[in-house]
Design a protein around this ligand. Structure first.
Ligand code: ZN
Length: 74
């Protein structure tokens, strides 16, 4: 008597990662996804948030060179 259970097969592992090597980034202020330029990226478990340059600029967080001013808390 053959006693074939459905659980006899090995599991096929291997999760396919997305086509993009970088995680999706979205702005914490305006919600824009994948802004061209952003500051203060934070990536947790493949999901990233950041501040897009427009929001940083609008809040006066950038110096003349376009860098985040020291001491700015995000
Ligand atoms: Zn923004």
């Amino acid at each position: 008597m053959a006693d074939e259970g459905p659980a006899g097969r090995g599991r096929k592992g291997g999760r396919v990662s997305g086509p993009h090597p970088l995680p999706d980034m979205s702005c914490r202020k305006c919600g824009r996804s994948n802004p061209w330029v952003y500051v203060a990226p934070v990536v947790v478990e493949g999901t990233g948030t950041c501040i897009c340059m427009d929001c940083a600029e609008a809040r006066g967080w950038l110096d003349k060179a376009g860098n985040l001013k020291p001491g700015v808390m995000l």
